[in-house]
Design a protein around this ligand. Structure first.
Ligand SMILES: NC(=O)c1ccc[n+]([C@@H]2O[C@H](COP(=O)([O-])OP(=O)(O)OC[C@H]3O[C@@H](n4cnc5c(N)ncnc54)[C@H](O)[C@@H]3O)[C@@H](O)[C@H]2O)c1
Length: 351
C-alpha cells in the first residue's frame, strides 16, 4: 500500500477547531478505506512565534518539500501578533518556496437554501477559479521612500512572467478539458494595465488556440465581479492573477454560503501541495466551538483528490450536501449545531 504523508499546521483562532474536526473525518475515511494516510502536526503558528520568535524555519520548509505529499492548514492570524509576520512566513512563504502556482478555489453552491441571489440556485453557481499564486502584486517587490513625510512615495510592483502566466492559463484549460467543462474565462485589466496584462492577453490567446473545443472569453475584472453576481451561470472555469483571484473568490464565497463553505488548494501538480479553508482565524468566534467546519472538510476533500482519491472528494462533498439539506449546520447558516456536532452529522452521512 502506498502511503500519503500529510503535514498538519492547525494555526490560530478557529484554525485548530476546524482542522481537528477535518482530521477526525480523514482518519475515519482512512480507517474505512485503508488509504494509508499519515499525519504529523507541526508546531507552527502564533503560539510558537510568541514563545520563541520562530515563524517558519528553513529546515521545516525543506522537510515539507522532501518528506510530505500534502499540507493541511487551518488559518493564521492572531491579534497578539499585529504584524502577522508568522502568517506571512508560513503561508505566503510556503506558496513561494514550494512554488504552489495554482490557487484552486471552487465556487459551488451546495444547496439552494444558502443562495444569496434571487432566482439563482445550485445549477447556476458552479465554477472553478484558477488564481495565479506566486507572482502578481503579492511578491513584496517595491519600496518606500521618505516614509512618514508629506513627500512619501510607496511603490508596489506587479510581477508577470511569461512562465508564470503561461502555466496558470495552461492549468485552467487542462482542467477544463479533463473535466469536460465548457468554457474558460480569462480576466485581467488590460485596458488600464497595459504591460503586464498585455502579456496575459497574448499568452491566453496562444494557449486557447490549443483547446478549440473549449469556449473561451475575456472579461475585465470589474465586469467579472458584476457578472458573477448577475449571471453566475455564465461561468465554468475562471483564470486570473493573484490579486484579482483573491478578491473575486471572496465574492464567490458569498455566492456559496459564506466563508465557512469556501475551500481551496495551493497546488503544484504532482508535488507537495497545501490545502486550507479560505476563511481566516476568525478571532471573533474563536474558542466558542461554533466555527463552521465544512470549508475545512471540503478542503480535506480537495487534498484527497490531489493524493489520488478523487472518489472520496466526491463522497465528502455529497456528505456536506446532505448536512446542508438536513439543516445540520452551524449558526451562521441558520442551524443550531456546534463545530463538533456538524462533524458528527457529516460522519453519519458519509458512510
Ligand atoms: N488563509 C489564512 O490563514 C487567512 C485568511 C484570511 C484572513 N486571515 C487572518 O485571520 C484573521 C481574521 O481575519 P478576518 O476577520 O478578516 O477574516 P475571517 O475569515 O477570519 O473572518 C471574517 C468573518 O467570517 C466569519 N467566519 C470566518 N470563518 C468562519 C467559519 N468557519 N465559521 C463561521 N464563521 C466564520 C468570522 O467570524 C468573521 O465574522 C486576521 O489575522 C487575518 O489576517 C488568515
Amino acid at each position: 500500500m502506498t502511503t500519503s504523508r500529510i503535514a498538519v499546521i492547525k494555526g490560530d483562532g478557529i484554525g485548530p477547531e476546524v482542522i481537528d474536526e477535518g482530521l477526525r473525518v480523514l482518519q475515519a475515511i482512512d480507517a474505512r478505506a485503508g488509504l494509508g494516510l499519515t499525519f504529523e502536526a507541526l508546531d507552527l503558528g502564533a503560539e510558537r512565534y510568541l514563545r520563541d520568535g520562530t515563524t517558519m524555519p528553513a529546515e521545516t520548509m525543506q522537510r515539507l518539500r522532501t518528506e510530505f505529499d500534502a499540507v493541511y492548514l487551518g488559518a493564521l492570524g492572531d491579534p497578539r501578533v499585529p504584524s502577522n509576520v508568522h502568517a506571512k512566513d508560513i503561508l505566503l512563504g510556503s506558496r513561494f518556496a514550494l512554488d504552489l502556482y495554482i490557487n484552486l478555489r471552487p465556487i459551488r453552491l451546495l444547496h439552494d437554501r444558502y443562495s444569496i441571489l434571487k432566482d439563482k440556485g445550485c445549477e447556476h453557481v458552479d465554477m472553478m477559479v484558477f488564481r495565479e499564486n506566486t507572482e502578481g502584486l503579492y511578491t513584496g517587490i517595491g519600496g518606500q521612500f521618505k516614509r512618514d513625510t508629506d513627500d512619501e512615495i510607496a511603490i508596489e510592483q506587479e510581477i508577470n512572467t511569461r512562465k508564470g502566466v503561461e502555466r496558470i492559463i495552461r492549468a485552467a484549460f487542462a482542467y477544463a478539458r479533463a473535466n469536460k467543462r465548457k468554457s474558460v474565462c480569462m480576466s485581467d485589466k488590460a485596458n488600464a494595465m497595459r504591460h503586464g496584462h498585455d502579456l496575459w492577453q497574448r499568452v491566453w490567446k496562444l494557449v486557447a488556440a490549443e483547446y478549440p473545443e473549449i469556449k473561451t472569453f475575456h472579461l475585465y475584472v470589474d465586469v467579472l465581479c458584476m457578472e458573477m453576481v448577475r449571471t453566475p451561470e455564465r461561468f465554468d472555469v475562471i483564470v486570473t492573477n493573484n490579486l484579482f483571484g483573491d478578491i473575486v473568490t471572496d465574492l464567490g464565497a458569498a455566492l456559496q454560503g459564506g466563508l465557512g463553505m469556501a475551500a481551496s488548494g495551493n497546488i503544484f501538480p504532482g508535488r507537495v501541495s497545501l490545502f486550507e479553508p479560505v476563511h481566516g482565524s476568525a478571532p471573533d468566534i474563536a474558542g466558542k466551538g461554533i466555527a463552521n467546519p465544512l470549508a475545512a472538510m471540503l478542503s480535506a476533500g480537495m487534498m484527497l483528490e490531489h493524493l489520488g482519491h478523487a472518489e472520496w472528494e466526491l463522497r465528502l462533498r455529497e456528505a456536506v450536501k446532505a448536512c446542508l439539506r438536513d439543516g445540520k449546520t452551524t449558526r451562521e447558516l441558520g442551524g443550531d449545531l456546534g463545530t463538533r456536532q456538524v462533524t458528527d452529522a457529516l460522519l453519519e452521512r458519509l458512510f
